[in-house]
Design a protein around this ligand. Structure first.
Ligand SMILES: [Zn+2]
Length: 296
């Protein structure tokens, strides 16, 4: 009798513990905070990315949605393409047509941080870059933190510190040294120095992704990680409307991502829209964006 009662008590206790676990899991899911990390690797040509040894990036695309046949702006220079990525529209609308950033049409087509702040001013928007002109399209109040540092290592270290010590909702990180290696050694699978630069960038990507996983609040957060590039290259340069320059890669990784090769056409302008969607920002048709959300 005593033994039976004890056993019953034991069952009840076990059941209560299981119920509590289910309940806390449900609460965690319901309150998970959606966050976005975008890593842009300047001038990282997709075929060379696949040729280089990049375990961290491989981990992201093999467990995520991906395209190695995405398209950037036909004017495949950095300023034009980064602006497309961060505004969600092509150059005909954002009006950045050279790296001089003359007269960008920011009132009609601002940085996507601006859209976030309009709808949810409490969200924290951070941008850490190596190539400082990217920040030319930031308007007053768009970014809570906008840093530029002249080495990729410093950029990644800053990103890691921010993930460790603060609470970004969206963090954009740009690494620049792969493009530097392309200009110097050419953007080909034959160029060992270029491949080595991609491998270095991969290590930095690994550190940033690891910093997300080590956040004490990680289990209550739902991070979407997007990785892409602004353009490819050939003959030590880029800027033309040719496949070697305009073909880019797109990687989306996170709980909400539908894994596998993306069959649809992916474009650089999709990145801002995908980020906005994950953050729960309603995309207003009046914004007239060219991008769509991809992979989530
Ligand atoms: Zn570039």
């Amino acid at each position: 009798m005593m033994k039976k009662q004890a056993t019953q008590l034991g069952y009840q206790a076990t059941r209560s513990v299981i119920m509590l676990m289910i309940l806390s899991f449900t609460v965690t899911l319901a309150t998970a905070q959606n966050k976005v990390l975008i890593i842009g690797i300047d001038g990282c040509k997709p075929d060379c990315l696949l040729e280089a040894r990049t375990p961290n990036l491989d981990q992201l695309w093999k467990n995520g949605a991906y395209s190695f046949n995405a398209q950037t702006d036909p004017i495949s220079s950095s300023g034009i393409c980064w602006t497309g990525m961060l505004t969600g529209v092509w150059h005909e609308k954002h009006k950045v047509i050279s790296n001089e950033y003359k007269n960008p049409n920011l009132s009609a087509y601002p940085h996507f941080f601006h859209r976030i702040k309009e709808q949810n001013p409490t969200m924290k928007t951070y941008s850490v870059v190596n190539w400082s002109p990217i920040h030319n399209i930031l308007q007053e109040g768009d970014a809570d933190i906008a840093n530029y540092l002249l080495r990729d290592k410093k950029v990644s270290r800053r990103a890691v510190d921010l993930l460790k010590d603060s609470d970004p909702d969206v963090l954009f990180v740009q690494l620049d040294e792969v493009d530097g290696a392309g200009h110097k050694h050419d953007y080909t699978t034959e160029s060992q120095q270029y491949l080595k630069a991609i491998e270095k960038a991969d290590l930095l990507v690994g550190k940033i992704v690891q910093a997300i996983k080590e956040r004490p609040t990680f289990h209550t957060e739902d991070w979407l990680i997007l990785v892409s590039t602004d353009h490819g290259g050939s003959n030590f340069g880029h800027g033309k409307d040719i496949p070697e320059h305009t073909t880019i890669f797109y990687i989306a990784n996170g709980n909400n991502v539908k894994k596998g090769l993306l069959n649809q056409q992916v474009n650089v302008v999709d990145i801002a829209v995908t980020a906005l969607k994950h953050l729960g920002i309603q995309v207003n048709p009046e914004w007239d964006l060219d991008g769509k959300s991809v992979g989530i």
